[in-house]
Design a protein around this ligand. Sequence first.
Ligand code: FAD
Length: 292
Amino acid sequence: PAIGDLIRRPGPTFSFEFMPPRNREGEQLLWQTIRELEPLRPDFVSITYGAGGSTRDTTVSVTERVATETTLLPMAHLTAVNHSIAELRNVIGRLAGAGIRNVLAVRGDPPGDPTGEWVQHPDGVLYAEELVRLLRESGDFSVGVAAFPYKHPRSDDIESDTRNFVRKCRAGADFAITQMFFDADEYLRLRDRVAAAGCDTPIVPGVMPVLRMGTIARAVQLSGAPFPPALLERFERIAGDDAAVRALGIDLCGEMCRRLLDEGVPGIHFITMNRSTATREVWQRLAASVSA
Ligand code: FAD
């Protein structure tokens, strides 16, 4: 099925995001996690594309293996970094050949320093919008794009960020998934801005619980967004107690998901970091909403 259609159905979708493994150990961990999360029967799972296009082959092969060896519906992420259009067409052709119909089209960040200058491949594309078009021309794909509750770190202001987001939706995106965030209001403001711009592309929130203090700095780096000060204060008060930090992180993530579900979000996308326990814990807190 097309993920765009699943997301448009009544009732929220639940989905999990994985990263391609870097070595044999990572591969074992990933497959153990996939097997542990499979019984939760998520609507789909997604496999990211490594920075700089480094995991091109692994992303395609893991996505293919999920499609053939599990009951899960996989979506492959695809980025434009370091790829010519011919190479992109080649990856898209491999995905199509493996029966993969769902792709998240993101521009990607430069390898090394993700905040460094974005250099277009001489024969490549400049924005995710063009990747969306390429996928649409290449076959019967349901295409997703990235959304940023607190604007993209490279965007000058919220207005241009919204305008560019709407452009890539109009280029043929069926749905969007957000960067992680920790304040439901940031998501709701994004949703309102996009709706006010006349765009009805469903935006699925991407969530990840804080499991240790280090997650906070990493999240700030990834999203370019400040961590909500009131929450930061709560974490800092218990920073020396690892178990308490983890418990608070799971609680807050569960509370935020519940609020988002009450607000009628089209789904929730869990960033798993290839581990199952935290995702299952948040999931259990939502069990009532899931079965409702
Ligand atoms: P774009 O939509 O191209 O936007 C990039 C910047 O350019 C923005 O500031 C935008 O406002 C601006 N812009 C866009 N169009 C125009 C235009 N026509 N004119 C002028 N300016 C414009 N990275 C990976 O490497 N691998 C992954 O698998 C991956 N998965 C992700 C999944 C999700 C859900 C999210 C939210 C992000 C993911 N990323 C991934 C990170 C993503 O690649 C980076 O955040 C990247 O910097 C932005 O990608 P984008 O698709 O939003 O880019």
